[in-house]
Design a protein around this ligand. Structure first.
Ligand code: ADQ
Length: 482
């Protein structure tokens, strides 16, 4: 069990970890199944914690009632922040997803820097801070998540709350990219309102420090034990790298279940005498799906001996489907799949099996188990949990992971994965061929290395390390430079 003694947590994220579904019997609130809620729920239950966020739907009396009832079932409190349609447009769809999301993924040409979106971002972050102030007991430790809420800590400080920490789930960009943001100084100062900032990787932390040196040269950067920390305007911020992970044991056991074995068998039956190569992504331009399809096409051209012997199963989870840019991306993927299948399909074999939808955990792990290759080639990714899930699912030691060097997961998995530059179509095509030909002993050796890492640094350890670092910060009376 995680030892967090006096820390009572309040988690704050843009979205509450719930799904609201409707059927003929009415609306239902379903608990979320993501890794974050799985890891944090026991901590929240044991320490009377609270989770604050936007429910993803307009708040009415019925939803309030449903959430109160669900809070009892969850074992911890869920509190809602209401967002107006203007805030959803300007803060969420606008500044968070059209400015920060592409900027932090190094995709400058997709950025839309709009001053009214920036105003909505500030006002929504202030609103979250007020909700925390009103709903969270005074002595709670406030843990804020992700790029939507960078400024919330700053507004909380204005309201007198300083025990705050932040985790950035997405990458932090290199200096030459970040400094293009018109409000770069305000965002940087916003970060420094937290006592602890967690990044996914060392690379993100280094990028942050290099931006800081450039934008706020008056900030003092020192080192204490393994953490750099920053003194700025009388406050101290500690910077950590905490690669997020998965519930390894849970997924490993799931992969051994009869249900998953049956789902895997079902897939094998559909693609007899072939190696299945899987790609799993949310619909997003950062995931590099079109280039991956082109790399597979290139592979089939340059290595025709693979035809009829390999099938790419590409799963795409619908995401932000109301946004025209995402609709255009889906169209582009549909067209590429159609063109490549049209070009190579023969009697009894089509190279790409494309599924646009959400699978159950059992179905998803069935696909992982059935796949001898995973092709994970984001253009940039904070971590990429699919890569880690695949490692947990390969319980019979068969499987090769092809992984983009620009996924955070590459820092931990480079000892076992075939690391590729997703922009280099020929290199990815060669990696597919190498994975196809890889002898079983080599697969087993590489998987063992990756599994050793993921099983050791699982999601519960991630939570523990983050909370320990915060506690350490609070308990260190005399940091050098204080
Ligand atoms: P995401 O960009 O959503 O997360 P990722 O880390 O890959 O990316 O997580 C995706 C999750 O969705 C996985 O747990 C996966 O199992 C699930 N999923 C994918 N396809 C599915 C399908 N067809 N059906 C059902 N489930 C599916 C953001 C950052 C990442 C970072 C995480 C966590 O962008 O870089 O790793 O947060 O910090």
């Amino acid at each position: 069990m995680i030892e967090i003694k006096r820390l009572k947590p309040t988690i704050v994220s843009n979205r509450l970890p719930i799904k609201i579904e409707s059927d003929e019997t009415g609306r239902h609130v379903i608990p979320g199944t993501g890794g974050l809620v799985t890891a944090l729920a026991p901590v929240l239950r044991d320490h009377q914690g609270i989770w604050i966020g936007w429910p993803g739907a307009p708040i009415d009396q019925e939803l309030k009632y449903l959430l109160r009832t669900e809070s009892r079932r969850f074992g911890f409190e869920l509190r809602m922040v209401d967002l107006t349609p203007e805030e959803i447009a300007g803060f969420y769809r606008g500044f968070a997803n059209e400015a920060l999301w592409p900027l932090f993924h190094d995709l400058l040409d997709r950025c839309n820097f709009d001053v009214s979106d920036w105003r909505e971002y500030q006002s929504a972050n202030r609103k979250f801070a007020l909700a925390v102030k009103n709903d969270s007991p005074r002595d709670n430790f406030i843990w804020i998540h992700d790029y939507h809420l960078i400024l919330t800590g700053h507004y909380l400080r204005e309201l007198g709350t300083t025990d705050t920490a932040f985790f950035l789930h997405i990458p932090f960009p290199p200096k030459d990219i970040f400094i293009k943001l018109p409000w770069r100084r305000q965002i940087m100062e916003g970060f420094l309102a937290y006592k602890l900032i967690g990044f996914q990787t060392e690379r993100d932390r280094r990028n942050f420090i290099s931006c800081l040196r450039y934008l706020l040269p008056e900030a003092r950067i020192s080192h204490h034990r393994k953490f750099p920390f920053i003194c700025y305007k009388g406050q101290t911020t500690r910077l950590g790298a905490f690669p997020i992970s998965i519930d390894f044991r849970g997924f490993y056991n799931l992969s051994r279940s009869r249900e998953v074995a049956e789902a895997a068998w079902f897939f094998h039956e559909r693609f007899p005498n072939q190696k299945i190569m899987v790609g799993v992504d949310r619909l997003d331009y950062t995931k590099g799906i079109p280039r991956r399809l082109l790399a597979f096409e290139n592979c089939l051209v340059r290595y025709p001996e693979l035809r009829r012997k390999i099938t790419l199963v590409q799963l795409v989870v619908p995401s932000r489907t109301e946004v025209p840019e995402y609709q255009a991306m889906k169209k582009r993927i549909d067209e590429l799949v159609g063109r490549i299948n049209g070009r190579f399909t023969e009697q009894g074999w089509a190279p790409i099996h494309y599924i646009f939808g959400t699978l159950s955990r059992v179905e998803l792990f069935g696909v992982y188990r059935a796949s001898e290759i995973a092709l994970i080639t984001p253009l940039k990714d904070g971590m990429n949990l699919v890569a880690k899930e695949y490692c947990a699912a390969c319980i019979d030691d068969r499987g090769t992971l092809i992984l983009s060097e620009f996924a955070g997961a590459a820092e931990e998995l480079k000892n076992g994965a075939l690391i590729v530059n997703p922009y280099d179509i020929e290199e990815v095509a060669d990696a597919i061929k190498a994975a196809f030909d890889m002898p079983f002993d080599e697969q087993k050796r590489r998987l063992a290395l990756m599994r050793a890492t993921v099983s050791k640094y699982h999601i519960f350890r991630w939570v523990e390390q983050f909370l320990d670092s915060f506690k350490f910060d609070n308990e260190t009376a005399e940091l050098p430079g204080h």
